[in-house]
Design a protein around this ligand. Structure first.
Ligand SMILES: [Zn+2]
Ligand SMILES: [Zn+2]
Length: 438
């Protein structure tokens, strides 16, 4: 039994029913927002007043049809599997179930987590699908959710069509070099170096979870299925976990799911393939270009993101040759993966966290359906003809001189952010218009 019971799913701005508006028309499908690594501590206010900038039906003269945004809080350091399960049950409601097989294989103390007495959107179904937006690790969380739905993990009545659209910003679909800089061992992930950022974060998670009965709810690591609190584990066991964390060095945690080996494993199963009825769009950001073997973000951005500024260059210059097992793209590129190699730029240019190629979509281009656009629709939305949304295909937009936090999650009220939300709102309306109204 879990010791944590939440009355409602945390982190929502939503009403609890997918209801009809005062005019009797069904509301526009809400947009579900999933944050990235270490995101989701109930801090959605930092996303700002984006809803005043997107164009929904309210802006088109029907004030009763304002699109809702639903923030869902999922485990900030949890694996894709765990986060996808939390996302599902937070929306549908019910007792969080990670699956007996998964729980046994990955060392959960119990297969169950908290109970969502009221789901954030209980009417969610194949016939009543939702729009999804993921920033960073939120993107692969959403595609993992679609994979679990497709493979019947939650039951046969739920399927991949429950995702009407998937929009991602700076998402590490195919892994990122930064997790190795943070502590994952290059030759033996999920083992983690003791003196590393990753190891430090794991220690914080153990400590916060141990004292979780006393800590504020905004420090919610969603660890109740792991029996880490002071009611469930002894101080001695907790100290042993601080020295070497079973969870932190397992395959069931976010940093491992951001390794190239984890991505290759998922892709070998076909995870991430497009669903014919879902509209996909990604924004892939790069802070600078690789020129003459160097990667230099604009110095004006230093104070905006000093930590990412520090990591951008090591991510660009990462030595892929030391990775074991050898990632599929490294094998494919051969010698050209080295700095200066033909076509190596897309594996090296990055937004301070994620290489460009990884932000496009799951799977290599030749294994999925995609179209890439070079122009930046957040900067100059009006100069290019708007591309009609297409289901079953990724539309990839590259954003240049853009870092991991330019668009989200922190609201800066910048022209880029206002442009992003305005354009996204129009895109979601276009999709709504293409799909039959119930
Ligand atoms: Zn798990
Ligand atoms: Zn592609």
């Amino acid at each position: 039994m879990s010791s944590v019971h939440h009355e409602t799913a945390s982190g929502s701005t939503a009403n609890l029913k997918a209801d009809f508006t005062s005019t009797g028309r069904r509301e526009s499908p809400p947009l579900v927002i999933v944050e990235g690594f270490l995101g989701g501590f109930g801090t959605q206010t930092r996303w700002g007043d984006f809803q005043n900038h997107w164009h929904d039906d309210a802006a088109a003269g029907d004030p009763s049809r304002r699109r809702r945004a639903i923030f869902v809080s999922v485990g900030p350091v949890s694996s894709l599997h765990d986060r996808a399960c939390e996302l599902f049950y937070a929306l549908k409601g019910g007792k969080l179930d990670y699956g007996a097989e998964h729980a046994a294989e990955h060392g959960h103390a119990t297969q169950y987590g908290r109970t969502y007495v009221d789901g954030l959107y209980p009417d969610w179904s194949n016939e009543s699908p939702l729009h999804f937006l993921g920033h960073s690790f939120g993107g692969p969380t959403i595609t993992k959710l679609q994979w679990l739905l497709k493979t019947g993990f939650f039951g046969d009545e739920y399927g991949a069509d429950m995702l009407l659209s998937v929009t991602t910003v700076s998402s590490p679909f195919r892994g990122t070099s930064i997790v190795y800089l943070f502590g994952e061992r290059v030759d033996s992930a999920p083992q983690v170096r003791f003196f590393s950022v990753g190891s430090f974060i794991t220690k914080v998670v153990h400590l916060v979870s141990y004292f979780s009965p006393w800590t504020a709810t905004h420090m919610d690591f969603h660890t109740e299925s792991r029996a880490m609190s002071l009611y469930e584990t002894s101080p001695w066991s907790m100290l042993k976990q601080l020295l070497k964390s079973d969870w932190g060095t397992s395959r069931d945690i976010a940093p491992f799911d951001c390794t190239y080996v984890s991505s290759d494993t998922r892709e070998s199963l076909g995870e991430g393939e497009v669903n014919g009825k879902t509209f996909y769009r990604s924004y892939a950001a790069s802070w600078s270009d690789m020129r003459a073997g160097t990667f230099t973000p604009p110095s004006k951005d230093f104070w905006e993101e000093p930590v990412l500024y520090y990591y951008a260059s090591p991510v660009a210059l990462f030595d892929f040759s030391v990775l074991r097992p050898v990632p599929s793209f490294v094998e494919l590129m051969g010698k050209d993966i080295e700095i200066g190699g033909e076509g190596s730029e897309m594996y090296r240019e990055n937004d301070g966290v994620v290489p460009l190629f990884s932000q496009w979509h799951p799977l290599a281009c030749k294994r999925t359906v995609c179209e890439h656009f070079k122009h930046d629709i957040t900067a100059t939305p009006s100069e290019e003809p708007r591309k009609r949304p297409e289901a079953g295909k990724w539309h990839v937009y590259e954003l240049h001189e853009t870092h991991h936090g330019t668009i989200a999650p922190t609201w800066r009220d910048s022209p880029r952010q206002r442009g992003f939300w305005k354009e996204l709102g129009e895109y979601l309306r276009d999709i709504d218009d293409l799909t039959p109204k119930s």
